[in-house]
Design a binder for this molecule. Structure first.
Ligand SMILES: [Zn+2]
Length: 122
């Protein structure tokens, strides 16, 4: 008679899964605490992710403001992300998209008010 399989070990608290990031040189996953990539030797010091996101997020903000439906889509996609920076960017994109909609409504309101006001001789 076979013994029942042992229960799976419980997840070890205090030992979080090792954080990984993608090497900017070779694209392989390397531990986040490494100063240099063990595969290609590229230095990982500095802001490898923050920097690339830095320029991109302003592009996303502008896109969100100009095309608000796109901003909401970008916002939702980024809010789902596990990275706190992306969540922050996603939140900002949605806020800009909402701001854009509000501005559109206000602009149209004033345009229509001006047209109808002018037609009625006010
Ligand atoms: Zn590498």
């Amino acid at each position: 008679m076979a013994a029942p399989p042992p229960p799976p070990p419980p997840p070890a608290y205090g030992a979080p899964p090792q954080e990984m990031r993608v090497c900017t040189g070779c694209g392989r996953q390397i531990p986040v605490h490494y100063n240099a990539c063990p595969y290609c030797g590229r230095s990982t010091s500095g802001q490898p992710q923050g920097e690339s996101m830095g320029a991109l997020k302003y592009v996303l903000y502008i896109l969100s403001f100009l095309f608000w439906p796109l901003g909401i889509i970008i916002g939702i996609v980024f809010m789902i992300s596990s990275e706190s920076e992306k969540k922050q960017v996603g939140k900002m994109c949605i806020m800009l998209a909402i701001l854009s909609v509000v501005l559109y409504v206000v602009c149209y309101f004033f345009i229509f008010a001006a047209i109808f006001g002018g037609m009625m001789g006010i």
